[in-house]
Design a protein around this ligand. Structure first.
Ligand code: ZN
Length: 169
């Protein structure tokens, strides 16, 4: 390999992943804090996202959808880029950062060449989730702290509004 500057060389490539389907891998060292790739796709409303995907097999998880905020969902199934292939990991080396309603995947630690990029999907739970939602979004990332699911843990009761009050003595 030449030691000359090759800033234009892509830092990532898409190929088969041992985790799930395709994955995104570093082709060279990526330093902590690097903005690796933007999560691109068609920007649609939540209503439109539901219209597009609610009819699908309920075992088909919507992992090409990225919720930006209450108004906008990015559908990377349309006009998406490599970012949609970044797999979930419970001890990830990247995180998703939302800035000016755009989404970026950033390295949260140094990543070596050949390593697969992951970030925590933190999928929010919904009241109408089916009982087997954790199976549909099962995680097999293999990390020691693997939650076994891509879903975010159930919300903790807010201070002052406990879901279950302590019993009086
Ligand atoms: Zn995991």
């Amino acid at each position: 390999m030449s030691t000359g500057a090759r800033a234009a060389a892509p830092a990532i490539e898409v190929r088969d992943s041992p985790l799930h389907g395709f994955g995104v891998f570093a082709t060279r060292r990526i330093k902590k804090g690097t903005r690796v790739v933007e999560y691109l796709g068609e920007r649609i409303s939540h209503v439109e996202a539901d219209r597009r995907y609610d009819d699908k097999d309920e075992n088909d998880n919507h992992t090409f959808l990225f919720i930006v905020d209450a108004r906008t969902v990015i559908d990377a199934g349309v006009e998406g880029n490599e970012a949609r292939f970044v797999n979930h990991g419970c001890e990830p080396n990247c995180e998703s950062v939302i800035e000016n309603r755009r989404v970026f995947i950033e390295a949260i630690r140094d990543i070596v060449a050949g390593e697969e990029l992951t970030y925590d999907y933190q999928i929010q739970r919904e009241p109408d989730d089916p009982p087997d939602i954790d199976v549909i979004f099962a995680c097999r990332c293999g990390a020691p702290s693997c939650r076994g699911t891509m879903l975010w843990p159930p919300p903790v009761p807010r201070p002052g509004r406990p879901a279950v009050r302590a019993r009086r003595r």
